[in-house]
Every structure is written in structure tokens, then in C-alpha cells.
Design a binder for this molecule. Structure first.
Ligand code: ADP
Ligand code: MG
Length: 361
């Protein structure tokens, strides 16, 4: 079971009213916490059931861990053999391939050869240089051909493969949100393996999401108030493996084939779960020096999102945030806050104290 609760939804302090249902279960190989509010308890229960089934449906569509699913079939097909895909999956692949180009390839869904070479699914290993070279050669979505008329994909190189790890959960959250909206739900919050999606309205109190200290994930160093949209964190601390005496992070740089250097964590807000998920991976790989530049470029291109880096510097923690994020962040405990690269002293901790409420008063 993969558990990466880097962001915790704080427990609801109020006893759920009649129309609120909260559930915890395991899906997509990780923990799902879902809280749904509807006019009646029966409606909330039905809607939460539908959302969970939708996430399970997306898992069967995307999982490359189990045999038999369409992506798993594509990954094991011989080079040149077209594999017909459900149109939803075909369009999703087109979309994530395009996102890879938009992030200059630091987010790369066709990264399975490198994931396998570093043994990220089997506890970690150091690949021999020749094997690493071959894996790097087989990595990248240009090793795939997508044929729209037939809705089929084919590998152009035998070793090529897709990994859904950096975008599958975000996509599942988006689909679950659609299902909840279709059921008339206007207030819900979901935490899927540490990625949170909120269905609260902009004028609501919002959902209060804790920001974990990358040096010690059981500690919070602030909160983000989410009024709709999704929050995704990428960090290495929890999932790093050790092989040959070396610490291997689970986020790889597709340009070099090496694990991305660990600096702390990065949290991304975006209206869409898919975009928050894949951008947090891309920004982690770029690191706090280069990431803000891509963030600014994407915002200039109209990609709505905000980014917050938490950077370990010696024993201190520093933050780099896009300025649009700052109003949503509360009680940030860092020694220094850099706003879009302009160094500023850390703000004094603001009034409202941390409480255990899931929703802010
Ligand atoms: P988490 O699963 O901890 O939330 P991410 O969303 O950042 O973290 O996804 C990490 C997973 O994505 C890795 O376990 C691996 O399967 C895959 N991956 C690693 N590096 C990249 C990358 N540069 N681009 C796309 N996927 C990646
Ligand atoms: Mg991700």
C-alpha cells in the first residue's frame, strides 16, 4: 500500500450534521478520505458511494500495476502494434503528453523505463550505467504514436512505457468531483493519498488543509484555506528508498535519468486535480531555483495555479511562494518567505490559531 499523506485534512471538530457523510478507505493503492455534505444524509451517502465507485473506475482505466487494463496492455505490447484505447484514455494520454511539452519535459508520463531501472516499484536499486542509458533512451512520450482516427496508441520502441503515478490520482479526483456535482453536491472534500480536492464555493468558509513540514511530516508548518480546486504536494522524505547506501527519491529527472535532488517539498494549487498533480511533480523536478520561472511562464500563458516551495536550508525552513498563493496561506512557520524571487522577511504569524477543525470558523 502506498501511503503519502503529506497533506492531512484536519479532523472535523463539529459532529457531522445529518447531511454530512465521512468515509475512509483504500483505493488506487492509497488512502482516500472523503467528506460529502448534501441536503440529506441519504443523498450524501449515495453521492459519496458514486464518487468512490468513480475513483475505482479510473483506477481500472489507468492502473499499470495490475495486468489487463488498457494502459498495462499498451505497456506490454510489442513495438509497432497498435493498441485500441477507450476514447477517454486516448484523450487523457493526448492531454498528459501535451502537459509534458508544456513543462519542457520535466513532467514525463512515459517515464516507466526509468521508474523500472531505479526499482521504484520494487524497493529501489542503483541501475548499472548501461541499463540506465537504455532506460533513458526508451523514456519520453515521443516513443509513442497516438492515432486519433483509430483511437489507438503504439510504442515506437520496445522498452517504452507509461507511468500514471504523477497524474492518475489528480485525474481521479477531477472525475469524482464531476460525479459529485452531477449528484447536486456543492460541498465536499476529498484527500486521495495526500492530494486534496475541495468542492466548497468561493464564498464558503473553505476547507483548511495542513501543510506538512518536509523535515518531519507529522508536524504542520501552516495551513492553506481551499475554496474549491485542488492542492497537491510532491516531496521525497516519505517515499525515498535506500539502495547501495544511497538515498533514492521517487521523483526522477527525465532529462538526466537521475533522481531529482531533494530540497524539501512543493505544493501546488490548481482548479483541476490533474493539473495540480502533474505540476507539483514538474516543480519538484525543477527545484526551487528553476521552478518559479516555469510557474511564471505558465501563468502568463493562462494556466491558473499557485506554487509554494518549502526549502530546507541547514536546519531552517524557507519558503518561495507565488504571490497569489499568500492570501490563502495561514500561520506559515518559516524563517524566510521569498515572493516570486523577491526576498521578504517572513510575515509575523497571523491571528487565527491552529485548531483541529477541518473547516475554518
Ligand atoms: P506522489 O505519488 O507521492 O503524490 P507524485 O504525484 O509527484 O508523488 O508522483 C510520483 C510518481 O510519478 C513516482 O512514483 C513515479 O511513478 C512517477 N514519476 C517520477 N518522476 C516523474 C516525472 N519526472 N514525471 C512524471 N512522473 C514521474
Ligand atoms: Mg504529482
Amino acid at each position: 500500500m502506498r501511503l503519502s499523506l503529506s497533506i492531512l485534512i484536519l479532523a472535523l471538530a463539529t459532529t457531522p450534521s445529518d447531511g454530512t457523510v465521512e468515509r475512509r478507505l483504500v483505493v488506487m493503492g492509497t488512502a482516500l478520505e472523503i467528506s460529502v455534505t448534501a441536503p440529506s444524509r441519504r443523498e450524501a451517502l449515495e453521492a459519496s458511494e458514486a464518487a468512490v465507485s468513480e475513483i475505482a473506475r479510473v483506477e481500472s482505466l489507468l492502473s499499470t500495476w495490475k495486468e489487463g487494463g488498457p494502459l498495462a496492455r499498451l505497456n506490454t505490447a510489442p513495438a509497432g502494434a497498435p493498441v485500441r484505447l477507450p476514447s477517454e484514455l486516448f484523450e487523457l494520454l493526448e492531454s498528459v503528453f501535451a502537459w509534458s511539452d508544456r513543462t519542457a519535459g520535466v513532467f514525463e508520463p512515459a517515464i516507466l523505463p526509468l521508474v523500472t531501472a531505479w526499482g521504484l516499484r520494487t524497493g529501489g536499486r542503483i541501475p548499472p550505467a548501461v541499463e540506465l542509458g537504455q532506460a533513458l533512451e526508451a523514456t519520453g512520450h515521443r516513443r509513442f504514436r497516438l492515432d486519433s482516427p483509430s483511437s489507438a496508441a503504439s510504442k515506437l520502441q520496445p522498452g517504452a512505457g507509461i507511468d500514471e503515478g504523477a497524474w492518475g490520482k489528480g485525474y481521479a479526483l477531477d472525475r469524482a468531483a464531476d460525479v459529485l456535482r452531477a449528484q447536486g453536491v456543492s460541498s465536499a472534500v476529498l484527500d486521495l493519498g495526500g492530494q486534496v480536492l475541495s468542492l466548497s464555493g468561493v464564498s464558503s468558509d473553505g476547507d483548511c488543509v495542513g501543510l506538512a513540514d518536509p523535515r518531519d511530516r507529522s508536524r504542520l508548518v501552516g495551513h492553506v484555506v481551499l475554496r474549491g480546486g485542488s492542492l497537491s504536494t510532491s516531496g521525497n522524505s516519505e517515499r525515498a528508498m535506500v539502495a547501495g547506501g544511497r538515498r533514492i527519491g521517487h521523483l526522477l529527472d527525465p532529462r538526466t535519468g537521475q533522481p531529482a535532488p531533494d530540497f524539501g517539498s512543493v505544493t501546488v494549487f490548481a482548479p483541476s486535480g490533474l493539473v495540480a498533480d502533474l505540476l507539483s511533480t514538474a516543480f519538484f523536478v525543477l527545484g526551487p531555483e528553476k521552478g518559479p520561472e516555469l510557474s511564471r511562464r505558465l501563468r502568463a500563458e493562462g494556466v491558473t495555479h499557485e506554487v509554494l516551495y518549502l526549502v530546507e536550508r541547514e536546519s531552517a525552513l524557507e519558503a518561495v511562494a507565488s504571490d497569489g498563493f499568500v492570501p490563502a496561506i495561514e500561520d506559515l512557520e518559516v524563517s524566510r518567505l521569498w515572493l516570486n524571487d523577491i526576498p521578504l522577511p517572513a510575515p509575523a504569524t497571523r491571528g487565527r490559531k491552529k485548531t483541529t477543525e477541518g473547516r475554518t470558523p
